[in-house]
Design a protein around this ligand. Structure first.
Ligand code: TUI
Length: 318
């Protein structure tokens, strides 16, 4: 344990938090990240209450380190997920894709620390007032559901607006990204894309390979017209979606239907042509399959070395 504010808040060794990737972040990935000294998270998005409980029990068998649950606020199972988190004595959750106001009191009342993923200063300020213990400021370089502001612009503005620790996310996958996040005032990083290709990540092999071979301009944001823009790797599905989105004859219902189940199709079934391979812009930098331990230790060591190169030894402990 070191003096990093997020590490002491969460009882973890390294200031690295895993993204709560729906259909991907299961008990095995969460436990591997936590065992490596970061904070692993189980994605509740795709599980009903009982399925989530099962994953939590599994993670408890695989690690005795702290791990959390990601609550995706648009999930049809959100009420059940909150209930199960409280019953299972989960110590920390992250929330995303909405305003968690409805659930803050219940979670905090049950002793659950709430870290809200935000894409704007306004929501960061709101959730701090409601009792969030930290925020993840997630720039639009991220994969999946995205806001409109880049990490470079969002993080320092959120840092200036709140008194709780800020965790940077979006476009971070190596030590350079982590060092840059610290310079912007973040106290930790959250990474999704980097963990997609972790050895312990159970995403379908086709999806993993597509991330590994992706280049800088291979992602695209679709779904803006529906009000929930999503970043994914370009493929047949995103091209069809784009065409439909441009066509004034397309109804929102048709678009919703195209998107429904698309992430599952890619992540579980391995259909990387007609499924949605949600992924961040940093995929071009992610070229190897490593264990969570190699990823976390590698990134923290590299960030520390780079900061020390500039500011001298003993200036930082990560
Ligand atoms: O939530 C995410 N990323 C996600 S969720 C997801 S699951 C999904 N599956 C199928 C279709 C669409 C999504 C995949 N990726 N990141 C956290 C995040 N939250 N990014 C942006 C936001 C956000 C945006 C607007 C949070 C709040 C918000 O406004 C809420 C308000 O009321 O102000």
């Amino acid at each position: 344990m070191n003096e990093n504010e997020v590490c002491s808040l969460l009882g973890i060794e390294y200031p690295v938090i895993q993204g709560g990737m729906a259909w991907i972040a299961d008990a095995e990935l969460a436990a591997a990240v936590s065992n490596a000294g970061g904070l692993g998270l189980i994605a509740a998005m795709n599980s009903n209450g009982e399925q989530l409980r099962e994953q939590i029990h599994k993670a408890k068998e695989l690690t005795d380190k702290p791990f959390g649950v990601n609550l995706m606020l648009m999930s049809p199972y959100i009420e059940e997920a909150v209930q199960v988190v409280c019953e299972e004595n989960i110590r920390v959750v992250t929330t995303g894709a909405g305003n968690p106001a409805k659930y803050m009191e219940k979670l905090n009342g049950a002793g659950v620390k709430v870290i809200c993923v935000v894409a704007s200063v306004a929501l960061a300020v709101t959730v701090e007032r409601m009792g969030a213990c930290a925020v993840v400021a997630e720039g639009c370089e991220s994969g999946g559901h995205v806001g409109e502001t880049t990490t470079m612009a969002l993080v320092p503005q959120v840092v200036d607006a709140v008194n709780i620790p800020v965790i940077a996310a979006g476009g971070i996958a190596d030590g350079r990204g982590m060092a840059a996040a610290f310079m912007l005032g973040a106290k930790a990083v959250q990474m999704g894309t980097r963990f997609l290709t972790a050895k312990e990540c159970n995403v379908h092999e086709n999806y993993k390979q597509k991330v590994l071979s992706a280049k800088d301009r291979d992602t695209i944001v679709t779904g803006k017209t529906l009000g929930h823009p999503v970043r994914a790797l370009k493929n047949r599905m995103t091209r069809d979606f784009q065409e439909k989105e441009k066509d004034p004859a397309t109804t929102p219902e048709e678009l919703e239907k195209m998107g429904a189940g698309a992430l599952r199709r890619a992540a579980i079934e391995g259909d990387v042509r007609y499924g949605s391979c949600m992924c961040g812009q940093i995929a071009g930098l992610v070229n190897s399959e490593d264990t969570c331990k190699e990823i976390i230790e590698g990134i923290c060591d590299d960030a520390k070395r780079r900061i020390q190169e500039i500011y001298g030894k003993n200036c930082v402990s990560i």
